[in-house]
Design a protein around this ligand. Structure first.
Ligand SMILES: [Ca+2]
Ligand SMILES: [Ca+2]
Length: 599
């Protein structure tokens, strides 16, 4: 993600496919659960309350009511009212009539989130580097492809960075094969890997008996190997993260804190920040044609702590499944944590081109998260002391989990393993998480479109951020079983799936008006019709009114409202890229909603 200069090849124009016109009735295009309280939004000019009806496939009115008068949605510049269905609809097909408008067909299914989860998990398989993507595991034959970066090894970056600092490189080559490509590019970043793997593992850890993530549930080479499939997929990335750890005794070159000079440090146990291209590759380009030079970039404390946190989490989850792997993860976590404490302020160097920066100047949250995962897994008193002394032990709320804001991951590790921590700490962490969940409930009530984010500018990856809020809300439900938390998590997903000002499902392949042209180097049909369309289940980054840096978004500056600053255009990388961290939030929320259905 975060392409500053993406070369765009305009070879042959994509085929324009007609899609249904925008409807005034906005509803999740995936469909609804058979449960009361589902929300449907209607754009209206009516001054007063709005009468509505739901008809079944035979035309019979099965529910009716009156929605409150419309509210002005400032971020979309339109007035909308929200219908809340008082009773559950039985599985079937319906249409909603309100304010003179009629919806497209609305499906109610017993488990609407199940196929979404399966497709959203397939995204990760299809992002795998180092192995061929086989037709028998993907949704369409044209999504199969040869292995990318097969047997990959790399040296550290040699050359001059964007601010003129010369990096001498290194003699050793490192085996860094595997892992997931991060996003529309083929970089691999330990920092973004960390939050993505954590979310995937947490989706399993919160409900290990859940049927849709168990062995044989997913379309994977590792189905029916005796290990839950979600853990197989996560392990593919964890194995790569372990390869990104520098061996004992290694030395590495990093920048001085002011970025002006290079210096050599003892870096054994640290993790390379990233592996990526040294210049931006064209969009699209098939893996078999993608021969750009790649390099390892200097180790960072943030990457090291991401490795420590995720490896500690993995050591816990694989303890009974694969003790040898668990032991390897545990050793990696402890050596990474020790290395991060030795070098607590080696920040990611943002001045390289060809790959994303993932720079983060605030690492107290990464230290807290890693210490919490290690303490939860090992009971190590030293890690526990680090948790207790962290400023994040005393927060009154949690930040939405993200690649640079990982405190909530530490909080959730503590709340899933309360016996490993002092009761007062657990109580405070619970209070902080519920305070954020309650703030999201307030946001949801204030939003005329009814979703848990406050009105205002939209950021890069706003859809992923919204679903990460739903992770906090879902965890609040786990702690309290309070229905409002689950309802607001569903609101977030409903928004992403079509209950929004653009009447757009931001998930490819889902719904009547799905995203079709993501910024992606293989799923490049939006630029060149010889490339495949995306598989179903990929989440667009979403509206972005604050960092409109790509050539498409730049034309929209000043001409869109925050919720409408989005274009289904493969060149719009600041609005329509896909990424592992966003899809990780999608799978967490889909798994949570399905697993808690009827509760
Ligand atoms: Ca399996
Ligand atoms: Ca941070």
């Amino acid at each position: 993600m975060r392409h500053l200069l993406a070369a765009v090849a305009a070879l042959s124009a994509p085929v324009a496919v007609a899609e249904p016109p925008v409807s005034a009735v906005r509803v999740s295009q995936l469909g609804l659960e058979p449960a009361a309280g589902q929300r449907i939004v209607v754009v209206t000019r009516a001054a007063g309350p709005v009468a509505w009806r739901v008809r079944d496939d035979a035309g019979r009115v099965v529910q009716r009511g009156v929605a409150p008068a419309a509210r002005y949605a400032v971020d979309a510049d339109e007035a909308v009212t929200a219908i809340e269905l008082p009773r559950a609809l039985a599985p079937g097909r319906y249409r909603v009539e309100a304010g003179g408008a009629v919806s497209r067909p609305v499906t109610v299914a017993a488990r609407p989130f199940a196929p979404l989860l399966r497709d959203a998990m397939s995204f990760f398989y299809q992002q795998r580097a180092g192995v061929p993507i086989l037709a028998r595991y993907v949704q369409r034959p044209d999504l199969a492809r040869p292995a990318g970066h097969l047997g990959e090894t790399a040296r550290c970056f040699a050359g001059v960075d964007e601010r003129g600092l010369r990096w001498p490189g290194c003699a050793a080559r490192y085996d860094v094969v595997g892992g997931w490509y991060d996003a529309g590019d083929r970089g691999k970043y330990v920092v973004n890997a960390g939050i993505s793997v954590w979310m995937m593992l947490d989706a399993w850890e919160r409900a290990p008996a859940f049927d849709l993530l168990r062995d044989g549930a997913l379309a994977l080479p590792e189905a029916r190997n005796g290990v839950p499939d979600v853990l197989d997929e996560a392990r593919y990335e964890i194995e790569w993260m372990l390869r990104m750890q520098l061996p004992d005794g290694a030395r590495a070159i990093v920048a001085t804190p002011d970025g002006r000079a290079a210096r050599t440090i003892a870096a054994g146990g640290m993790a390379w920040h990233k592996l990526g291209d040294t210049v931006w590759a064209p969009v699209p380009i098939r893996v078999e044609d993608d021969h750009g030079t790649r390099a390892l970039y200097p180790p960072s404390t943030a990457a090291t702590l991401n490795l420590a946190a995720v490896a500690a989490q993995a050591a816990r989850l694989w303890r009974d499944i694969d003790p040898a792997f668990a032991a390897r993860c545990r050793a990696a976590a402890l050596s990474a944590f020790a290395a991060a404490r030795r070098e607590p302020a080696v920040f990611a160097e943002p001045r390289f081109t060809g790959s994303g920066a993932y720079e983060d100047a605030a690492l107290d949250d990464e230290f807290f998260w890693a210490a919490a995962e290690i303490a939860a897994t090992t009971g190590d008193p030293d890690a526990l002391r680090m948790v207790e002394r962290s400023p994040f032990a005393r927060v009154s709320s949690v930040a939405t989990p993200g690649w640079a804001t990982t405190g909530a991951a530490g909080t959730i590790a503590i709340l899933r393993h309360p016996a490993a921590f002092p009761p007062a700490l657990v109580t405070a962490q619970r209070r902080a998480l519920l305070a954020s969940a309650d703030a999201y409930l307030s946001d949801d009530a204030r939003q005329p479109y009814r979703y848990p984010a406050a009105p205002g500018a939209t950021q890069w990856g706003s859809n992923g951020d919204l679903l990460s809020r739903a992770v906090v809300l879902g965890t609040a439900w786990d702690l309290t079983h309070r229905a409002a938390y689950r309802g607001a998590a569903r609101d977030a997903l409903d928004y992403v799936l079509g209950r929004n000002p653009l009447d757009r499902s931001y998930v490819s392949g889902i719904g009547a008006r799905p995203m079709r042209f993501p910024h992606h180097r293989f799923w490049g049909a939006g630029i060149d019709a010889r490339f495949p369309a995306p598989p179903p289940g990929a989440l667009s980054g979403g509206p972005n009114s604050s960092a409109m840096t790509d050539p498409v978004a730049r034309t929209m500056v000043g001409k869109c409202r925050p919720q409408t600053c989005w274009r289904d255009d493969a060149r719009a990388y600041s609005q329509n890229e896909v990424a592992i961290n966003w899809n990780a939030a999608l799978i967490w929320v889909a798994a949570f909603l399905d697993e808690t259905r009827g509760r």
